[in-house]
Design a protein around this ligand. Structure first.
Ligand SMILES: *[C@@H]1O[C@H](CO)[C@@H](O)[C@H](O)[C@H]1NC(C)=O
Ligand SMILES: *[C@@H]1O[C@H](CO)[C@@H](O)[C@H](O)[C@H]1NC(C)=O
Ligand SMILES: *[C@@H]1O[C@H](CO)[C@@H](O)[C@H](O)[C@H]1NC(C)=O
Ligand SMILES: *[C@@H]1O[C@H](CO)[C@@H](O)[C@H](O)[C@H]1NC(C)=O
Ligand SMILES: *[C@@H]1O[C@H](CO)[C@@H](O)[C@H](O)[C@H]1NC(C)=O
Ligand SMILES: *[C@@H]1O[C@H](CO)[C@@H](O)[C@H](O)[C@H]1NC(C)=O
Ligand SMILES: *[C@@H]1O[C@H](CO)[C@@H](O)[C@H](O)[C@H]1NC(C)=O
Length: 420
């Protein structure tokens, strides 16, 4: 007894708390950190088991949690997560490749997922998830779709959630993913992933998207900042009623819908998307829609094609874009990343129906070294593109000249994007 009292005196109050019987009446679990190189994931699981329903779970401030095993934090209900500390993933690539939580779309692999209802995850400005991604960037050089790259943060089968005020650094793959979820507010999130593999172009990573949505409905992403190397936001198949507002992205591929049509015979739907007040600095593309080729060539995750579906009711407005290397206003069909001898786009045109899509109030300038198109709507001859509009597109070359306009197979427009 004397010994026990002595031990308790040595422990910080928060750790004593963490001996957790869910401390009534608050029903709060403060997660202890071992700080000795061992895995903190078991303590995290235990905290969510005890306090994940009508409770509160706290990752302590100024504390680093080592995450060495996959976290599937399921069946949560009415929980407040105060993520004040840092969650740092292990770099055991073999473990993560074998054990990540699987989802069929592009065979993705998730390192930490939250599921349930009424979940608030608040980093209060200090919460950080460190994916230790360099080990993955090295491994995946030239094979962006490498199987098993871990997604550090995922809301999966979630209904009603708020995620705010935290950072994700050096993500192994896509940063912040929402799957099969609805009614989510994402607010004040900071994402940064840079690789030291390519000093000349350190932002140029593959498959490190910022925010991704798949088979999800009613999500708002706002007041956030990202330096990723791939799409800043990607609305993947099954994304409906999505809103992006006040987002700044450095070194990204832009705001994307897609890629769609990757799975042969599958119908992808994306509907009711608004992205506004977006700043893109050093971007590859602006606001764009991308689809795979019309006939499957190789297999996902890298290859694919032959799917169908539609995109409708999309608004892209108030974009400021600096130093873009491709087109600010872009339809890109015939996406393909896998294999050799990929057939020409014209030989395997994508199908799909794209309607009521508008781009307006774009300012900024094009990269001076690359001959860039201000507008490039390359619709496939087999896809239907109708109800397209653009207005006040003022993304010009540095000397103020217009970039070129190029349109094909768009209802109501000629090859130079003049209305007919
Ligand atoms: C990835 O998914 C495809 C089907 O979409 C499947 O054929 C392939 O085996 C999967 N690869 C892995 C490593 O799971
Ligand atoms: C959409 O989600 C928000 C939470 O971000 C919620 O307040 C709103 O009620 C939801 N809308 C619908 C139609 O469910
Ligand atoms: C936009 O988001 C940034 C955070 O990235 C924030 O500092 C700023 O206040 C937001 N602007 C508005 C108008 O809400
Ligand atoms: C898209 O928005 C329209 C108008 O608000 C609504 O009627 C329709 O149901 C929405 N589509 C989906 C898939 O939610
Ligand atoms: C076009 O899309 C906008 C924005 O989603 C929507 O408000 C409008 O109702 C749509 N128009 C048609 C004809 O569907
Ligand atoms: C155009 O977009 C910029 C942001 O890039 C915004 O500040 C400005 O108010 C917008 N103009 C209009 C007329 O909405
Ligand atoms: C534009 O980006 C290129 C790299 O692609 C860089 O060398 C150049 O300095 C940038 N220009 C401006 C004005 O930011």
């Amino acid at each position: 007894m004397k010994f026990l009292r002595h031990v308790l005196q040595l422990l910080p109050a928060s750790l004593v708390f963490a001996a957790y019987t869910p401390s009534s009446p608050e029903h709060t679990c403060v997660i202890p950190a071992l700080n000795d190189g061992r895995d903190d994931a078991p303590a995290i699981r235990e905290a969510f088991d005890k306090c994940g329903k009508n409770g509160k779970v706290i990752f302590q401030k100024d504390t680093t949690y080592s995450i060495q095993t996959v976290l599937q934090l399921h069946d949560l209900k009415n929980v407040q997560v105060d993520m004040l500390g840092t969650l740092e993933y292990s770099t055991d690539v073999r473990y993560w490749i074998l054990h990540g939580s699987y989802y069929y779309f592009q065979n993705i692999s998730i390192a930490m997922e939250f599921s349930g209802e009424d979940i608030t995850i608040d980093g209060h400005g200090s919460g950080t998830i460190d994916g230790q991604g360099q080990v993955w960037y090295d491994l995946a050089l030239g094979v962006g779709g490498l199987y098993g790259r871990p997604i550090p943060f995922c809301l999966r089968n979630v209904k009603n959630a708020v995620a705010r005020n935290f950072k994700i650094l050096q993500s192994g793959k896509w940063n912040f993913v929402m799957l099969e979820s609805q009614n989510i507010l994402v607010d004040n999130i900071y994402l940064s992933s840079t690789s030291d593999d390519d000093q000349a172009n350190p932002g140029n990573l593959g498959n490190t998207d910022g925010f991704d949505t798949i088979n999800s409905d009613n999500i708002t992403i706002q007041n956030s900042w990202a330096n990723v190397g791939d799409d800043c936001v990607s609305f993947k198949p099954g994304s409906t009623n999505m809103h992006v507002k006040n987002l700044t992205c450095y070194n990204s591929a832009g705001i994307a819908i897609g890629s769609l049509g990757q799975y042969e015979g599958v119908r992808d739907v994306v509907e009711n998307i608004t992205a506004e007040d977006v700043t893109l600095i050093g971007s590859r593309n602006g606001a764009y829609i991308k689809t795979y080729v019309g006939k499957r060539t190789y297999w996902p995750p890298q290859g694919g094609g032959g799917g169908n579906g539609y995109v409708r009711n999309v608004v892209f407005k108030n974009f400021h874009i600096e130093n873009i290397t491709s087109s600010p206003v872009l339809i890109q069909q015939c996406t393909h990343w896998g294999g050799y001898n990929v057939p020409a786009c014209a030989d395997t045109p994508a199908t799909g129906y794209f309607s009521n899509i508008s781009w307006s109030n774009f300012t900024g300038y094009l990269n001076e070294k690359v001959g860039t198109k201000s507008i490039s709507w390359a619709c496939s001859p087999l896809a239907q593109c109708e109800g397209f509009s653009f207005k006040d597109i003022n993304v010009k070359s540095v000397d103020g000249a217009d970039g070129t306009y190029s349109c094909s197979n768009v209802d109501g427009y000629d090859a130079t994007c003049q209305k007919v």
